[in-house]
Design a protein around this ligand. Structure first.
Ligand code: DAH
Length: 336
């Protein structure tokens, strides 16, 4: 063989190897690519190596250099194929070795989780779910609940009116009346829902928020049932060691009225303190009568709580607005 043929053959082999690797999809496995490359080059490379000895002595140095350049360029072509496999470009981008991209999974809002959990506890205690409209009449929201006609809660600056007689309910208590109208006792319901007030949005208030109403009506129901049920709820929700207490309170639709407090640490460095988590009481006879039941035959108890505040007391959160900020870093701490 003469030197010019030798150089041309070496150059052709390098070109063929590059062309083969260029043709392969970047998705081709590296061992498959190597196999094809070897099938193409092995005989021709061995022949070129053997041919070195057949060249005139003066040409061997140049041919040897060309042979080494050929081997390097085949290796470089293979390396660059492997790189293309990992990095890829455009539509060919594929890397079989890269860990899968995590898909973003949403989760329930902490207030929703608390509502679900409370509903589940009360379901075990025999309660079912009842719902009522968010746009209510004055009568269901106030009148039937024993608010006197001139009660300050009905003022324009406290309640969002939609019209003459229609308003956005300020609490879920109207569901008590609607439930007593529709179903005969015994009644045990839990009514979660959105309520609205002309409140400022501050650390402890929101103008629209969730409430959870509870109602139990039957013959011979007493304050003992109220206290036992709510204390049992607190035991299950907060754990048996958390202290709760009842104290007197006033709401026009209950008599007597009470509140339940729970001892919590809100995480603000002030340590344990009593926080009111719900209002409750024996349903006022006027409310039972307004709903069309006989208050001589039936008695019952009710409660109302704000799940966002419950969530605050549960998790030691001291600003209610964090539940509305939609800051995923905050919310995902509660994800299950
Ligand atoms: N409706 C009251 C409120 O929004 C909460 C409440 C208190 C509900 C006592 C009740 C109850 O059923 O018995 O502030």
């Amino acid at each position: 063989m003469i030197l010019s043929d030798y150089l041309a053959q070496a150059e052709a082999l390098a070109r063929d190897c590059r062309a083969l690797l260029d043709r392969l999809e970047s998705a081709t496995r590296l061992d498959v690519a190597k196999g094809q490359l070897n099938a193409l080059k092995d005989d021709r490379l061995a022949a070129l190596q053997a041919a070195l000895r057949t060249l005139p002595a003066d040409d061997r140095r140049a041919a040897g250099a060309a042979f080494n350049t050929l081997k390097t360029s085949i290796q470089e072509a293979l390396d660059s194929f492997a790189t293309r496999q990992v990095a890829g470009t455009g539509a060919e981008r594929f890397d079989g070795t890269m860990p899968g991209r995590g898909t973003w999974r949403g989760s329930l809002h902490p207030v929703t989780l608390v509502i679900d959990e409370i509903c589940e506890i009360f379901r075990e205690l025999g309660f079912t779910i009842a719902l009522g409209p968010e746009a209510e009449t004055e009568w269901y929201n106030f009148g039937a609940l024993n608010f006197p006609a001139d009660h300050p809660a009905m003022e324009l600056h406290d309640t969002l009116y939609l019209g003459e007689d229609t308003l956005l309910r300020t609490h879920t208590s109207p569901v008590q009346v609607r439930t007593m109208q529709r179903f005969a006792p015994p009644i045990r319901v839990l009514a979660p829902g959105q309520v609205y007030r002309r409140d400022f949005f501050d650390a402890t208030h929101a103008p629209a928020f969730m409430q959870l109403e509870g109602l139990a009506i039957d013959e011979g129901v007493s304050f003992v049932d109220l206290k036992a049920t709510l204390a049992e709820f607190a035991r299950r929700f907060y754990g048996a060691t958390r202290r709760v207490r009842f104290g007197p309170s006033y709401f026009p639709f209950v008599e007597p009225g009470a509140q339940m407090d729970v001892e919590v640490d809100l995480g603000d460095g002030k340590g344990l303190r009593w926080v009111e988590i719900l209002g409750c009481g024996m349903v006022h006879p006027n409310v039972i009568e307004a709903a069309g039941l006989d208050s001589e035959q039936y008695t019952g108890w009710a409660f109302g709580m704000g799940p966002a505040r419950i969530a605050m007391s549960r998790y030691g959160v001291n600003d209610i607005r964090t539940f509305y900020d939609s800051d995923v870093r905050f919310l995902e701490q509660f994800a299950r």
